[in-house]
Design a protein around this ligand. Structure first.
Ligand code: UN1
Length: 497
């Protein structure tokens, strides 16, 4: 059967890329399974998208925000109606098990319904003026065209986190999804159009870094939101700084789960298995360090080893699969390189450490769940993001030492502490340098209606999700209305001496 060719959505229509180039989208669990061919777009495609998005913006910004919200409510309904279908196609192109892709779609549905109601809020403030017969108020205005560059690991949730608030605020959107997961993005755009979004308000430009760079550099795109590596994020930041663009960055993590001597070890075990090996470790929030207090260290490592070795690798669409493949060969090579580095630096591999190629796994990019013990805080595997199923175990003497170790990395997305002591739990929330701290829960699992993001090199101060993201996608404007009928001078006439 001929491989299906997909198109960009630019100028209100499905169109071929001007480059004439396409690339196959393959199933990471079985590279022989080709899902389709997707465009590799270039600067001319981005140019056309920006011109159309400018027209879309002129129309959309005049649509009242509650009606913009109504479109998002229909999007939520359509996503809910197609949840199973989207989860299945997402697992086919991304690899994570169906339970997880269902969760990914659910995060998009939650974001849609939250966005729908936000169309009836978008609060400003009305505050007293210091002068009589004068009103002072602030309100939100849309900004323009928002360029969204999204990663492979949450093919639906992350594009929706960015696009839905941007749209409710009245912006138009150009989406450049990761080249590994274009099919999910295609379906999302189909749904936005079916829900009644005016066609020029959403542009879909498929491609790799070339298209992403053209989008970031385009002068007609004043807002950029990027999720991906810290290295690429730095380059995006430099460009946006030079062009004075509004930029939200969500980048790497080196998230730790801390287990203290008084913890419920069974609970902590469930947490670390899910946090470290869920999504094959390919989450910004994945647990990549396990900090154990000395009193439970050896026992916990044994418990973890026994459970982790029973995890089943495979095609995420097959019932019983716990861990799917890595997204592509380059990513597997990176993981393998880090296991080599760990050995050279003196850590030992307690479990895994190699490619998984037996039987049906031979045609995918699988890697065994890996536990590294005897890791020192100075080791690279304790400091650098690996983005795979590799967990580095570190030993500490006290809660204080665990907190200091948690903070001793360049990243600051999420952290987790398992303890029964409420004093220690609250100290952790206060003192851990992360955007999110979980108590007695793993480092993953953020909910769509709370702000999401990290400190230090994880981000640049913005948050996605929840109420805060609406401030990123809108501009504050202030209005003063003086109905005194005479010139009133602020500061001067307020205080005459
Ligand atoms: C990411 O890893 O990029 O908190 C996002 C979580 C998910 C989102 C992760 N809700 O793990």
């Amino acid at each position: 059967m001929a491989v299906q060719r997909f198109l960009n959505h630019i100028g209100g229509a499905w169109v071929a890329p001007t480059t004439g180039r396409y690339a196959p989208n393959v199933n990471p669990a079985d590279h022989r399974d080709v899902i389709g061919e997707f465009p590799r777009s270039g600067a001319a495609d981005v140019q056309a998208a920006a011109a159309s998005a400018a027209r879309g913006f002129a129309q959309w910004k005049r649509t009242p925000a509650p009606l913009r919200g109504d479109v998002l409510r229909r999007v939520g309904d359509l996503l809910a109606g197609r949840k199973e279908e989207i989860a299945t196609l997402m697992t086919r192109e991304m690899g994570k098990p169906l339970a997880e892709t269902r969760g990914d779609v659910q995060e998009g549905i939650d974001t849609a319904y939250y966005a729908a109601t936000e169309g009836r809020r978008l609060f400003g403030h009305t505050v007293p003026s210091e002068l009589a017969n004068k009103w002072a108020m602030s309100f939100r205005r849309p900004i323009g065209v928002a360029g969204l560059v999204t990663p492979f690991n949450f093919p639906l949730a992350i594009p929706t986190w960015k696009a839905f608030p941007a749209l409710v605020c009245g912006n138009s959107v150009i989406l450049k999804p990761a080249e590994d997961v274009p099919h999910t993005a295609h379906v999302l755009v189909e749904i936005l159009l079916e829900a009644g979004l005016p066609p020029e308000v959403i542009q879909l430009v498929h491609g790799d870094g070339e298209a992403g760079q053209a989008l970031v550099e385009h002068p007609g795109v004043p807002v950029i939101s990027f999720t991906g590596s810290t290295e690429t994020g730095s380059r995006v930041g430099e460009t946006c700084g030079r062009l004075h663009k509004r930029l939200s960055l969500e980048m790497g993590g080196k998230n730790a789960q801390i287990v203290l001597d008084d913890a419920d070890l069974e609970l902590a075990l469930e947490g670390v298995l899910w946090g470290a090996f869920g999504t094959t470790g390919q989450r910004c929030t994945a647990t990549s360090r396990l900090i154990l207090q000395a009193g439970i260290h050896d026992r916990f490592v044994t418990m973890l080893h026994d459970r982790a070795k029973a995890l089943r690798l495979g095609d995420g669409r097959v019932a019983g699969t716990d861990v799917g493949p890595l997204i592509h060969e380059e990513s597997r090579e990176k993981v393998e390189r880090y296991v080599g580095i760990a050995r050279e630096e003196g850590a030992s591999v307690a479990l895994g450490g190699s490619r998984a190629t037996a039987g049906a796994l031979a045609h995918g990019t699988f890697f065994d769940p890996t536990i590294l013990v005897g890791v020192a805080p100075t080791h690279r595997v304790a400091r650098e993001e690996i983005f795979g199923p590799v967990l580095s175990v570190l030993r500490v003497g006290s809660a204080e030492e665990a907190f200091a170790l948690n903070n001793d990395v360049a990243y600051g997305l999420s952290s987790s502490v398992y303890t029964r002591d409420v004093h220690v739990a609250f100290r952790a929330m206060q003192d851990l340098d992360n955007g999110i701290t979980y108590v007695n829960a793993p480092t993953i699992g953020a909910e769509a209606h709370l702000p999401f993001g990290g400190v230090k090199q994880t981000g640049n101060g913005h948050r996605e999700g929840g109420w805060e993201v609406y401030e990123f996608y809108s501009e504050t404007k202030v209005g003063y209305v003086d109905y005194s009928g005479r010139l009133q001078r602020a500061q001067l006439d307020t205080y005459t001496s």
